[in-house]
Design a binder for this molecule. Structure first.
Ligand SMILES: [Zn+2]
Length: 159
């Protein structure tokens, strides 16, 4: 190692340490707030007539409701703690893979495959059949929305 290389290495390590120190100082000086939203949003959340919204369909529901009356999603705040409600929440997630629209990519499909393996064990291949059917449907819809249609002979043509 030449003296220039040593000098370059020491300089790069020094800049890296300085950068880490600046990052730590930036985190330490940042204001500590319990919520990521601003004061106005916090104030509107604490209004007596504020209604919670469903995470999926954004329909308002009663604060004590266990399921969304519009789409059926478990909205109870105790869902993460209740094994009984977790069954419905996981079932709802897996239902998204077979019947609803979701961003089709390797991460989402792998997630559905792994989650179904954990949930359904030996019955997972049945789920995979419906999952792949939904993925094909979504990909076909995506292609047709980009102006590509399949005619009766199976060849693709532009509109
Ligand atoms: Zn809903």
């Amino acid at each position: 190692m030449t003296p220039e290389d040593k000098l370059l290495t020491v300089t790069l390590v020094g800049f890296s340490l300085w950068g880490c120190w600046q990052l730590i100082q930036w985190f330490r000086k940042a204001p500590v707030t319990p919520n990521p939203w601003d004061e106005k949003t916090e104030e509107s959340l604490n209004q007596p007539d504020a209604m919670p919204l469903c995470r999926r369909c954004l329909e308002s529901h009663h604060p004590d409701a266990r399921y969304c009356s519009n789409c059926g999603l478990p909205v109870d705040s105790m869902v993460p703690l209740s094994p009984f409600h977790q069954v419905f929440a996981l079932g709802d997630v897996l239902l998204t893979g077979t019947q609803r629209r979701f961003p089709v990519n390797w991460l989402t499909v792998t997630g559905f495959v792994l989650l179904s393996m954990i949930q359904y064990l030996v019955f997972a291949p049945f789920y995979w059949f419906f999952l792949l059917r939904n993925v094909r449907r979504l990909q076909t819809e995506s292609l047709s929305s980009h102006g590509i249609n399949e005619n009766s002979s199976g060849t693709k043509e532009h509109e």
